[in-house]
Every structure is written in structure tokens, then in C-alpha cells.
Design a protein around this ligand. Structure first.
Ligand code: SAM
Length: 352
């Protein structure tokens, strides 16, 4: 396959566009498929029990391999690197990787947006070393402030207070802004929407509601369990009036709303009811080095095989460019009965 490249930008690097004209701006890097939580909508404990075989160590990318692939993605246009998993903070020596990634020269004024998504359980111990290594900001997942609701959703009765302490640790470490992701599932944590919004307004963190998505096959997803973005906006707006504001950058996943009383903003990620494939600039690298061009991709591309077989940066650049320029994924726009039975990959395995 021959790569079709967009005009060479001033930086000298080639920034390829896919078949729908979308550039690659945002790389999500999963550093492990393991997680200490068993969230019912992601990694339910009935399926991912003690006997579940996670990836052996030699099959996951080393820090050096991740840095090399990330550096190549940055040359191809990535401006943002998001570390994820599984739970990224369970990967040993993570601050060492952050330091390596922070040293990559970014395309815009040499600066890369380096961030991480976590369940927050280990942030009290790790927020400071991560910030010192060059992490800029953090997104913490938290689905309720009610221990009974949160404990049931995270599958291990993990207490809310420890996540809140992790959020405090992130703020103390200067990881700013702290964003909070809340997956809303009908009949499970809808009653937590307003308490979470009130807490975020008081704390100064940016809350983002996420529509429950049909990722993977383990969660038994049903459309009836999705609380639509419009309903979430109406619920919050009835308590504290809000108005829509534009995206902060192309490809931003959350629709942003600001509170009319000036107490910050709230975001809603409406991947089910209002898909945003047309603006999707995201690439995903799994812990074992599979490159996915869509969260709903049915297969990945073997970057680990490529980097282990060929040490040349040029070959890696061509490999990644060919994949990106052949991309035409827009699963969420096509979602229908016809896509129901596609062999999807679990989110924790691909990198959420
Ligand atoms: N362990 C980290 C965490 O908890 O944030 C990172 C990985 S997790 C897979 C990334 C994000 O995906 C979390 O905010 C999680 O709530 C979200 N997520 C997982 N499954 C989801 C689903 N079915 N629908 C919507 N969001 C989901």
C-alpha cells in the first residue's frame, strides 16, 4: 500500500490524513490490560475472575518501545498523549515512562499535552512523582459519591473517600485541570448525577458525563441503559442553568456547557446518541502493541511485531502512515442492528 500524505507542514514532518480527511492528533497508550477494579460495565468480575489470563510481561511493550512508537506518532501529527489501560497506575515504575514521554518534543512550540486516565485509587501515592516526571494533568473516573452505588459499580467495594483523596493529591501536585469521568447507566447511578455536579462545582474539577457505550461484549450492553446526553443536560440545567460553549479544540470528545452563575463548566460525551466520528482524530495503542484506529475496531495492526522486527524509524513511520491513510472507521455513526454482532474488543484490552 502506498501512503498518501498531506502537504508537508512547516515543522518538516508529514501529517497524514485518513480517507475521510481526518488528521491524527491524539494517541491513547494503554500501558497494561490489568486493573484493580472490576467495573460492571467494563471488566465484570464474573468474567474477569482470578483465573483470567492477562498478558504475560514479555508480550507488553517495554517503556523504550512505547517511547519510540509515541515519538513516531508525534512526528505524524499527534499533539496529545493520553496514558490509559486497564488501570495505568498498576504498571510498575510508571513515572519513568512519563519522564521519557515528557522529553519528546511536541509539534506546537515544542510542547506535548501529556495526560493520564485513572480510577484514582493509587493517586495519593503517585500524583507527586508523576507530576515531577512531567505529567501535566489527569482524568479520574468516578461514577458516584454514594459508597453503595460506587462500590457496586466498581465491583470491589472500593470506597469513594479514597478516590476523593486521590483527586486531592492530584490537585496538590499541580496536575491541573483535574477532569472527572462519570459513566451514567440508567437505573444504576442516575441519582448520582446532581450530587456529582454539585461536588464538582464546589471543588473546581471539571465533570464529564459519559453515555454508557457498547464497547466489548462482556457488559451485556442494552440501549435502554443509556441516559441520553440531552436528558443529562436537562437534568443539570434544571438545577443550575447552563449554556453550550464551543469545543476547546478540533476533535474534543465532550460537548461543553458552562454554568450561567459562573461556577465552571460541565461536559457530556454523547458517543451513542450524537456520535462524533467526523471529528475523530484518535489513535489507540494497546499494551501488547496493537494499533487500533477506532474504539470499535474489529482488529488491530501489529506495531510490536514491526518494532521488534525492524529498528528503523523510517520503516515504522511508513507502517503507521499506511494504516492511518487507509482508515475509514466511523462505527458510532453506523451503529445499528447490523453492527451488533461484530467481534468487538474489550475496552480495557484496547485502552479506554
Ligand atoms: N482504569 C482507568 C480508569 O478507570 O479511568 C482507565 C481505563 S478505563 C477503560 C477509561 C474510561 O473508560 C473510564 O472513564 C471508564 O469509566 C470508561 N468506560 C469503560 N467502559 C465504558 C463503557 N462501557 N461506556 C462508557 N465508558 C466506559
Amino acid at each position: 500500500m502506498t501512503a498518501s500524505l498531506a502537504p508537508v507542514p512547516a515543522s518538516g514532518a508529514s501529517h497524514p490524513r485518513d480517507l475521510l480527511g481526518r488528521p491524527m492528533r491524539d494517541l491513547r497508550i494503554s500501558v497494561t490490560d490489568r486493573c484493580n477494579f472490576r467495573c460492571t460495565y467494563c471488566m465484570p468480575k464474573e468474567i474477569f475472575g482470578r483465573d483470567y489470563a492477562f498478558l504475560p510481561h514479555d508480550q507488553i511493550l517495554t517503556f523504550e518501545e512505547i517511547e519510540r512508537v509515541a515519538r513516531t506518532f508525534v512526528r505524524l501529527g499527534a499533539e496529545k498523549l493520553r496514558i490509559t489501560g486497564g488501570e495505568p497506575l498498576v504498571r510498575r515504575n510508571l513515572p519513568d515512562l512519563i519522564a521519557m514521554l515528557a522529553a519528546i518534543e511536541g509539534p506546537v512550540a515544542g510542547e506535548l499535552d501529556l495526560t493520564l486516565t485513572t480510577n484514582g485509587s493509587a493517586l495519593r501515592a503517585l500524583a507527586k512523582p508523576l507530576a515531577a516526571a512531567g505529567l501535566r494533568r489527569v482524568t479520574v473516573s468516578l461514577d458516584s459519591l454514594d459508597d453503595a452505588v460506587f462500590g457496586a459499580m466498581n465491583g470491589i467495594d472500593f470506597p469513594v473517600a479514597r478516590v476523593l483523596d486521590g483527586v486531592d493529591a492530584a490537585l496538590e501536585a499541580g496536575l491541573d485541570p483535574v477532569k472527572i469521568n462519570m459513566v451514567v447507566r440508567r437505573g444504576v447511578n442516575e441519582d448520582s448525577v446532581l450530587p456529582m455536579a454539585a461536588w464538582a462545582r464546589d471543588t473546581g474539577v471539571t465533570l464529564r458525563f459519559i453515555e454508557y457505550m457498547d464497547v466489548g461484549h462482556s457488559n451485556g450492553w442494552r440501549l435502554e441503559e443509556v441516559v441520553p446526553a440531552a436528558e443529562l443536560a436537562a437534568t443539570v440545567g434544571a438545577a443550575w442553568p447552563i449554556e453550550p460553549i464551543g469545543p476547546a479544540y478540533r476533535g474534543e470528545v465532550a460537548d461543553r456547557w458552562q454554568y450561567l452563575d459562573g461556577r465552571g463548566e460541565v461536559g457530556i460525551i454523547s458517543s451513542v446518541t450524537r456520535p462524533f466520528c467526523g471529528d475523530c482524530t484518535r489513535a489507540r495503542l494497546s499494551a501488547e502493541g496493537q494499533f487500533y484506529t477506532c474504539l470499535f475496531a474489529v482488529r488491530g495492526h501489529d506495531v510490536r511485531g514491526q518494532v521488534r522486527a525492524d529498528p528503523s524509524d523510517e520503516a515504522l513511520t511508513t507502517f503507521l502512515t499506511d494504516i492511518w491513510t487507509g482508515r475509514d472507521d466511523r462505527y458510532s455513526e453506523l451503529r445499528s442492528a447490523a453492527t451488533n454482532n461484530l467481534p468487538k474488543i474489550e475496552m480495557f484490552a484496547m485502552g479506554g
